[in-house]
Design a binder for this molecule. Structure first.
Ligand code: PEP
Length: 275
């Protein structure tokens, strides 16, 4: 079922926004989660940063655990001229102070961090992060010039009940409350159905297409023309074997990848199929 938001746009507008899609450079974002060690992060960064893949056609980012940020940042600097960007998996909304165990965007300034994943379903579930928390984190990232990758995704029971689109639109609206952008590249949205993450069972293009269209409509209704250029990623069991099929989904501008981001071969294999 298409969302009611669709009614806000006429055919001519939709065509215009569709054309914008052809010019969006896709982003492949790797979430390394709580994996690896110094040697592993160093080696994996080297292999990706020094790959012969054309970074002009695909943007790539890796997000190590916080303790790996310094190592990965160093390796990226060594691979002079690489297009590989550095991200983090979470962020605290305050700049500094008595927040034991937290890391703010301001503390990351020296490491050239470009992206912060916020609202990943594992943090929503295991750390009790609400969409209000997510919007505060996204605002803090933006204030420090770090692009937030705002994650949304429905659990299995919502999908089985056929309520995916209304769930996603609600979660998205709450997660973007107070989040204002001046350029499309200041924000990334990641649609990650919770049931597809780490399950080996990716959502199908048929599942994903209406959700991405709803997200696109929402972004345009909130940000105007800028919303047509905000990148929307899909995440959930993406691997080189299913990349080509998923890339055909309209309004899909890249992937957020977990398991397949832990090996240069599979991560670069996905990037290769995105060109
Ligand atoms: C993720 O954790 O964001 C994710 C998409 O994981 P995986 O690719 O392993 O499903």
């Amino acid at each position: 079922m298409m969302p009611t938001l669709k009614k806000k746009f006429n055919g001519k507008q939709l065509k215009r926004y569709k054309n914008v899609q052809d010019f969006i450079k896709p982003l492949l974002a790797g979430n390394w989660k709580m994996n690896g060690n110094v040697g592993f992060w160093r080696q994996l960064t080297r292999e990706i940063a020094q790959s012969t893949l054309d970074f002009d056609t695909v943007d790539m980012m890796v997000a190590p655990p916080f303790v790996g940020v310094s190592t990965v940042s160093e390796e990226i600097s060594k691979a002079m001229g690489t297009g590989l960007a550095l991200g983090v998996q979470n962020i605290h909304h305050e700049e500094s102070g008595a927040y034991t165990g937290e890391t703010s965007p301001s503390l990351l300034k020296d490491f050239k961090v470009s992206y912060a994943i916020v609202g990943h379903s594992e943090r929503r579930e295991m750390n009790g992060e609400s969409s209000v928390d997510v919007s505060t984190k996204a605002c803090a990232s933006l204030a420090f010039g770090v692009t937030p990758i705002v994650c949304v995704g429905e659990p299995l029971d919502v999908q089985e009940a056929g309520d995916t689109e209304s769930f996603i639109l609600r979660e998205l609206a709450e997660s973007l409350r107070g989040v204002f952008i001046r350029r499309a590249d200041q924000l990334v949205i990641a649609y990650e159905p919770v049931w597809a993450i780490g399950s080996g069972k990716a959502a199908t293009p048929h599942d994903i297409a209406p959700v991405l269209l709803s997200i696109r409509h929402y972004l345009i209704s909130k940000y105007g023309d800028i919303g047509s250029g905000v990148r929307i990623l899909y995440g959930g069991s993406v691997k080189p074997e299913n990349t080509e099929e998923l890339m055909k989904v309209p309004h899909l501008n890249g992937f957020l990848v977990g398991g397949a981001a832990l090996k240069a071969e599979s991560f670069l294999g996905i990037a290769d199929k995105m060109r």
